[in-house]
Design a protein around this ligand. Structure first.
Ligand SMILES: [Zn+2]
Ligand SMILES: [Zn+2]
Length: 136
């Protein structure tokens, strides 16, 4: 299968893209370097905020936040806060604040329960229906 040439979302250069949303080798390398820079900056300045990091290293805020969310900066004992992906409250770990995390897990559990209940009801209805059919 031939690789399709697409524009890199980072620099706009046309290159043979191995998959959707991928960056060209140049940008990948640059991003890795930036992540290393961010990581060492944060080690030296554990109390800096996300905007301070961006200003100091001229990196994209999204990159810093992506690193935080994936836990890449956690072991450097940082004190950075970034907004919860749901309510915007400032947090330090993961994607959501405690309240949203709890709410989301609760919602998932509740919808699973609903799905199970529906399936059980469907089975019951079908059971009755086929019995009626049988009686006729
Ligand atoms: Zn690029
Ligand atoms: Zn939240």
């Amino acid at each position: 299968m031939a690789l399709k040439a697409t524009n890199c979302p980072g620099c706009g250069k046309l290159f043979l893209n191995p998959g959707p949303g991928k960056y060209c080798p140049n940008c990948m390398k640059k991003q890795e370097e930036q992540m290393d820079e961010i990581a060492s900056f944060v080690r030296d300045n554990p109390r800096s905020s996300v905007s301070e990091i961006c200003a100091a290293l001229s990196v994209k805020k999204a990159l810093v936040i992506a690193m935080l969310q994936s836990g890449r900066l956690e072991e450097s004992n940082i004190n950075i806060k970034y907004p919860c992906a749901s309510c915007g409250k400032m947090i330090r770990h993961g994607r959501y604040c405690k309240a949203c995390g709890k709410k989301i897990t609760g919602e998932i559990a509740a919808s699973l329960q609903r799905v199970r209940k529906n399936a059980a009801e469907q089975r019951e209805k079908k059971g009755i229906y086929s019995k009626d059919q049988w009686m006729k």
